[in-house]
Design a binder for this molecule. Structure first.
Ligand code: F6R
Length: 242
């Protein structure tokens, strides 16, 4: 794994955005695997700025998101579809028909998981997968446990994940109990993975994920098995590595 510790969050966001933009310059029809949560917001802001300055175009690109809450319609303000529209898609030139966020409100969630995998097969493989990391080591919504699932599937969210995400909902009871997520097998099929993390509260789990054993109890540790992973950390998250 290639680990870089940047001086500031701004540097971290700019570095991640530049890697994504460089990929699109060399491969305009690239498929991007995208994440939600606090971590990628600054990266998306940078990409939107680069698009406005004419430095990158997404017109031929495809995107596929990691996950979506079960039971939220795409229009729900806390759905990951709304998040992506608000923080990235409405600011760039990607055709919305080229973007895919799982539909957490689908009547047949099993069929929705199959459709998500099929979309990746149709336009993929994913050229670059952007990841954050949960405080418990989850990637996507692949929660720690005795086993992990390879393909896109429905998952029960851990209480720690629900309470971490309650900040977006205002009230923990409003946080859905399940999500649709790409599985770790799907994530690991991406040609390149960038995991981004900032803040001291991610330092301990990063230490486990990057230097501990590869274990389903820390899903991010499986990234140690991938041949092309870039880890971008700020000083607070990665200072322990020095
Ligand atoms: C989001 C996702 C999650 C988050 C993780 C970190 O699509 O898949 O794995 O990346 O929960 O969230 P933040 O960035 O809010 O700390």
């Amino acid at each position: 794994m290639n680990v870089r510790i940047l001086n500031s969050r701004e540097d971290l966001n700019a570095t991640a955005a530049t890697v994504i933009a460089s990929l699109l310059l060399s491969k305009p029809q690239a498929m991007l695997g995208l994440a939600t949560g606090s971590t990628p917001i600054g990266i998306y802001r940078h990409l939107a700025d680069m698009y406005r300055r004419g430095q990158v175009s997404f017109a031929r690109a495809y995107s596929v998101n990691l996950d979506e809450y079960v039971g939220l319609s795409p229009e729900h303000p806390q759905s990951y579809r709304s998040f992506m529209n608000e923080h990235l898609f409405q600011h760039i030139d990607i055709p919305i028909s080229h973007t895919r966020v799982p539909d957490g409100n689908a009547l047949d969630l099993t069929a929705e998981c199959v459709a998500h995998e099929q979309a990746i097969l149709d336009h993929g493989p994913v050229d670059l997968q952007l990841l954050g990391i949960g405080h418990n080591g989850h990637i996507g919504f692949n929660e720690p446990g005795h086993s992990l699932t390879g393909a896109t599937h429905v998952v029960d969210l851990k209480e720690r994940t629900r309470s971490a995400n309650a900040r977006f909902f205002g009230d923990i009871d409003a946080v859905p109990r399940q999500a649709v997520t790409m599985g770790v097998g799907t994530i690991l099929k991406a040609k390149q993975i960038i995991l981004v993390a900032f803040g001291a509260e991610k330092a301990d789990i990063l230490k486990q994920a990057l230097t501990g054993p590869v274990t389903t109890e820390c899903p991010a540790s499986l990234l140690q098995c991938h041949p092309n992973v870039l880890i971008l950390l700020d000083q607070e998250a990665g200072g322990w590595l020095k």
